[in-house]
Design a protein around this ligand. Structure first.
Ligand SMILES: NC(=O)c1ccc[n+]([C@@H]2O[C@H](COP(=O)([O-])OP(=O)(O)OC[C@H]3O[C@@H](n4cnc5c(N)ncnc54)[C@H](O)[C@@H]3O)[C@@H](O)[C@H]2O)c1
Length: 412
């Protein structure tokens, strides 16, 4: 018996390793031959899974581009990307491609689970018809469920093991099968009555974050105009022991999830004559943040009698969040683009990102003469005290230098 994983990215690879560590044989399938070749050589492309860790489970993992090898698996977990297309509509291409492939390989008695984030109805309305092209009936000849991945890359306190896992099967028996499989790697399981509840619950989680980040970002812009320190405001509000949850302002939203997933629901809602105002508004406010940050950069330089053009500006942290090297939708990229357009002499420091070929830039060590350092992403290992010491002025978009109380630092 073995567990099959389709899509070996930020979600699929940690899942593969978790099952292998739990003593299961794992077959990982990906269409990216280079990724598969790397994994076979024991080289991980996901920061949360160091290569040594991957190699420690090598005996129980097999990586391939051949989906047909999944025929023998007890369960197949699908973790392919769910991006937006150029019109910001759901692009189910990878998901439907994977389903079509699976239709040719699934076997009677298997369990198939979709883990990718998507709109309610995807499992039932899109996956079932494609998988049933196999001649097998979902919920009868094979079990089918949706179970959203909640992994937070870079996080160590909550992992696959201790993060409760939502599971919604097509039938009660499907749910029971999926609960049994996930019970081997997860301490806490949350069964729900249908795949649709699971699909919508994952979107609620992401929309909740997106909306609250947008709220605090908008208040940060207002507080800036009013001359009020938003960080002190948040600290004060967060002293309330109930009814308040802390969210912090920043340069905008990045990553594969928050800027993308909510719009899966926006698209689906149109079918029901609904326009999801909160999602749209949050997206609009968060997308504006790099431009607000640019304005603050211009003001910081202006205070020193300098224009953007020709000033040496060091962007500290370019990944979309601390502790990872993931650049997807990172607001730092937008800020760098805007600064370069204005003639800034831009450099960056990010130990997680060796180079940004699109800008012809490479990671630089701290210490060079800098007119303005802009802390865009706060990585845990970066010494922000040195950033302050070695720059003539600092703009801190993450509030990590507040404790230093240095007069040359301006906060978001
Ligand atoms: N990254 C996160 O933090 C996170 C967290 C929770 C949920 N999710 C969701 O999980 C899903 C996967 O995200 P990810 O970050 O792992 O993406 P990813 O791009 O890192 O990995 C996806 C992998 O799937 C492969 N793939 C694409 N089409 C395929 C196919 N037809 N057959 C086999 N492999 C295929 C790609 O080559 C890639 O290696 C998305 O729906 C995402 O929204 C991501």
């Amino acid at each position: 018996m073995s567990i099959g994983i389709v899509g070996l990215g930020y979600v699929g690879l940690p899942l593969a390793v978790a099952f292998a560590e739990a003593g299961e044989d794992v077959i990982g399938v990906d269409v990216d031959a280079a990724k598969v070749a790397g994994l076979r050589d024991g080289i991980s492309h996901v920061e949360d899974i160091p290569s040594e860790w991957l190699r420690s489970v090598a005996e129980r993992t097999e990586f391939t581009t051949r989906a047909v090898d999944l025929h023998q698996a007890e369960a197949i977990l699908v973790c392919v990307p769910t991006p937006l297309n150029r019109n910001r509509e759901p692009d189910l291409g990878p998901l439907l491609g994977a389903a079509q492939t699976l239709a040719g390989v699934i076997a009677r008695g298997q369990l198939v689970v979709l883990e990718s984030t998507t709109f309610p109805g995807t499992t039932r309305d899109h996956l079932v018809p494609l998988l049933e092209e196999s001649g097998l009936v979902a919920g009868q000849d094979f079990a089918l469920a949706f179970s959203p991945e909640r992994v937070d890359p870079g996080r160590t306190d909550y992992t696959i093991r201790n993060t409760p896992k939502i599971v919604g099967g097509l039938t009660e028996a499907c749910t029971a099968r999926a609960l049994e499989v996930y019970g081997r790697i997860c301490e806490s399981l949350v069964p729900v009555s249908s795949p649709e509840v699971g699909e919508m619950a994952k979107l609620l989680e992401n929309i909740f974050r997106s909306v609250n980040i947008a709220l605090v970002n908008e208040l940060a812009i207002l507080a800036d105009r009013m001359g009020i320190d938003i960080w002190e405001v948040i600290d004060a509000a967060a002293s309330k022991p109930f009814g308040f949850m802390r969210f912090e302002p920043g340069p905008g939203m990045g990553g594969h999830c928050l800027p993308v997933d909510p719009f899966y629901l926006t698209w689906k809602a149109r079918e029901y004559d609904m326009s999801t105002e909160f999602i749209e508004l949050a997206g609009k406010v968060n997308k504006q943040m790099p431009y607000f940050c640019l304005e603050k950069i211009e003001r910081s330089l202006n205070d020193a009698g300098k224009p953007v053009r020709g000033s040496r500006i060091l962007v500290v942290g370019v990944a979309y969040k601390g502790g990872v090297g993931d650049l997807r939708e990172s607001p730092a990229l937008k800020i760098i683009e805007l600064l370069l357009e204005r003639g800034g002499d831009v450099a960056y420091h990010d130990p997680h990102v060796p180079e940004l070929p699109q800008f012809g830039l490479r990671h630089e060590e701290l210490g060079a003469d800098t007119d303005l350092a802009v802390i865009v992403t706060a990585h845990p290992g970066v010494d922000h005290g040195t950033v302050v010491d070695t720059s003539r002025a600092v703009l801190d978009l993450r509030g990590v230098t507040r404790a230093l109380g240095d007069a040359k630092v301006r906060q978001l």
